[in-house]
Ligand binder design. Structure first.
Ligand SMILES: Cc1ncc(C[n+]2csc(CCOP(=O)(O)OP(=O)(O)O)c2C)c(N)n1
Ligand SMILES: [Mg+2]
Length: 618
């Protein structure tokens, strides 16, 4: 006994001195879990199989990590992303080799597109079988190469602690992103005395870039010369934890703010100087503020002469035809990732920097020497635009003539539930404080438009990849990470169905994630494009039962019953408020199936590849 004690205390003493900690002999899978514990992982979404069950055995021994069993690996990886997006910590998921691993791919791609810190661990066939077409072998390292920030195939058990330590560092530093760790089964089973590392040493990886004062002074100089500056800010402000600095900067300078969808909440959307988000379905006033206002193809007012693009990537859903985007403005592009600079839109002043540092330093500079230029006229123009073109909706002729109206409403148009109204009511009942997740489609755009976000990490949506099926698992992950917050998935019927199995996870794990399904019985966003560009010809966009179009299919109430999850269907407006209240009062997973007309179109709308000139906004 005492002998063992001395043996253990020596490494401990060494660890204190060197930061390196050694242990007794352990299996590779135990070392993997011990390494995760050292990264303060508290939750892992993991689905077992032949090549990863040994790691699950190790997970049963940890008292520190909660293992959540999703019912599909895609649900697991989206949940890990929801956890990461809501908490700011690294999301962790795990799957077995082959089909388990390939089921993670959409989530890894999603994390890559939206810069979400994620560590995805996969079991791999034993090293001796790699390349032999072994049962459940896929080259996961190779398959994921274009969609990871970094990846590892473990080839030596002694590398596990270093690899895990590096993976977490890489995933969350600089521009965050997904990291894959593929662990062959023989390595999980073999043993060694691990040496745990605390600080990663990665030659050539310098994520901590900081702008110098000369560059920042140039920005201030450009602001002093400008008349119509706009801050165009994105997810980089959230991952860079720079929302506080941004708010100060906007307030001190008086520069109006528009965000990307990824940036929702970085600047309170209720503020007069918030233009909400811009782009294809962004507000008309944000799009005018950047590009100028047009009437019948003629410019009637100028847009920004200075665009401060901070932590954004000029995504095509934002810019439309990119050469016309902010055509007459000077563009300052500040980002931590040099590969974003000049990728989509040439910058007049490129600045590579951590955005929190840059904004903090800019704030210090303007505290010392305040900006002299006032933008009163410009701010007035913004107010006028906001009054002229607020987000709006109403019962349309198409809705009145719809099948939905005939089949379900008995001609009572007052009882129609418009999807936008559902979200406004949810906003009211949650006091604008809930974490909202979404699927992909019209409901996603309305969830962005009609819920006003006041803080970062409040609107979690698959923006870059646009992955249907994201909403409910992401809500589950967010709720697991933030149990004290109300988390509501505003979903579409198509998207919700794609990962509906996660209701079982939520139920069994007691994760009270709620879902409001805006059920239009259609793939609404595709229908909208069919209406606009294909004369309404339906190409496999109806989700109901064509034999019984008067009914609602599938029956979510029945399905939820199978999962022992309460679910209500709401057909009439008069029932909506009380139903939402019941859902919010529930302390368990809960689904509201809200039937809405399929005739609504998301407005404003700038068709893909076009410009603000072509924007339809009323
Ligand atoms: C995984 C996946 N498949 C297909 C698409 C293409 N797509 C984009 S929106 C959409 C319709 C989504 O329908 P639903 O979830 O019911 O939302 P709605 O538009 O009706 O609100 C489709 C099929 C996608 N984004 N993701
Ligand atoms: Mg739908």
């Amino acid at each position: 006994m005492s002998k063992t004690k001395t043996k253990q205390s020596k490494p401990a003493a060494k660890a204190r001195k060197t930061g390196i900690e050694t242990s007794p002999r352990m299996s590779g899978s135990d070392i993997l879990i011990a390494s995760l514990e050292r990264e303060d992982v508290d939750t892992i979404f993991a689905y077992p199989g032949g090549a990863s069950m040994v790691i699950h055995q190790s997970l049963t021994k940890t008292g520190k990590i909660r293992t959540i069993l999703p019912r599909h690996e895609q649900g697991g990886v989206f949940a890990a992303e929801g956890y990461a997006r809501a908490t700011g910590k690294v999301g962790v998921c795990m799957a077995t080799s082959g089909p388990g691993a390939t089921n993670l791919i959409s989530g890894i791609a999603d994390a890559y597109m939206d810069s979400v810190p994620l560590v995805a661990i996969t079991g791999q066939v034993p090293q001796a079988m790699i390349g032999k077409g072994a049962f459940q072998e896929t080259d996961f390292f190779g398959m994921t190469l274009p969609i990871v920030k970094h990846s590892y195939l473990v080839t030596d058990i002694d590398d596990i602690p270093r690899i895990v330590n590096e993976a977490f560092h890489v995933a969350q530093s600089g521009r965050p992103g997904p990291v894959v760790i593929d662990v062959p089964k023989n390595i999980q089973l073999s043993e060694t005395r691990p040496v745990f590392v605390k600080e990663p040493k990665l030659r050539g990886y310098r994520p901590d870039k900081k702008a110098d004062d000369v560059e920042l002074n140039e920005i201030i100089g450009l602001i002093e010369q400008s008349e119509r500056p706009i801050l165009y800010v994105g997810g980089g402000i959230i991952s860079g934890e720079a929302s506080g600095e941004l708010r100060k900067f906007a307030k001190a300078t008086g520069i109006p703010v528009t965000s990307t969808i990824m940036g929702c909440g970085v600047f309170p959307e209720t503020e007069p100087m918030s233009l909400r988000w811009l782009g294809m379905h962004g507000t008309a006033y944000a799009n005018w503020a950047v590009n100028g206002e047009f009437e019948n193809g003629r410019k009637v007012a100028d847009g920004a002469d200075l665009l401060l693009a901070f932590g954004v990537r000029f995504d095509d859903r934002v810019t439309g035809r990119v050469d016309k985007f902010c055509e007459n403005g000077t563009i300052v592009h500040l980002d931590i990732d040099p590969s974003e600079i000049n990728k989509n839109k040439p910058a007049n002043l490129p600045v590579i920097s951590d955005v929190k540092y840059a904004l903090g330093r800019l704030n210090a500079m303007i505290r010392k020497q305040p900006i002299r230029r006032k933008f009163t006229k410009w701010q007035k123009q913004i107010t006028t635009w906001k009054e002229k073109a607020p987000l709006q909706y109403g019962v349309t002729e198409e809705a009145l003539n719809s099948q939905h109206m005939r089949d379900h409403m008995n001609g009572d148009a007052d009882q129609l539930i418009l999807p936008q109204h559902v979200i406004e009511l949810l906003y009211e009942l949650t006091k604008g404080d809930a974490i909202i997740t979404t699927g992909v489609g019209q409901h996603q755009m309305w969830a962005g438009q009609y819920y006003k976000y006041k803080r970062p990490r409040q609107f979690l949506t698959s923006a870059g990849l646009g992955a249907m099926g994201f909403g409910y698992p992401a809500a589950m992950g967010a709720k697991a990470g933030c149990p004290d917050k109300e988390v509501v998935d505003i979903d579409g019927d198509g998207s919700f169905l794609m990962n509906i199995q996660e209701l079982a996870t939520a139920k069994i794990e007691n994760i009270a994630a709620k879902a409001v399904v805006l059920n239009n019985q259609h793939l609404g966003m595709v229908v909208q494009w069919e209406d606009k560009f294909f004369e309404g010809n339906r190409g496999n966009t109806y989700l109901g039962d064509p034999e019984h179009p008067e009914g609602i299919y599938p029956d979510y109430v029945q399905m939820c019953k199978g999962f022992s999850v309460p679910c209500e269907r709401v057909m009439f407006k008069r029932d909506l408020r009380a139903a939402l209240k019941r859902m919010l009062a529930a302390k368990e997973p809960y689904v509201l199936d809200v039937i809405t007309p399929y005739t609504e179109h998301v407005l404003p709308f700038i068709p893909a590849g076009q410009t603000v000139k072509e924007m339809i906004w009323k």
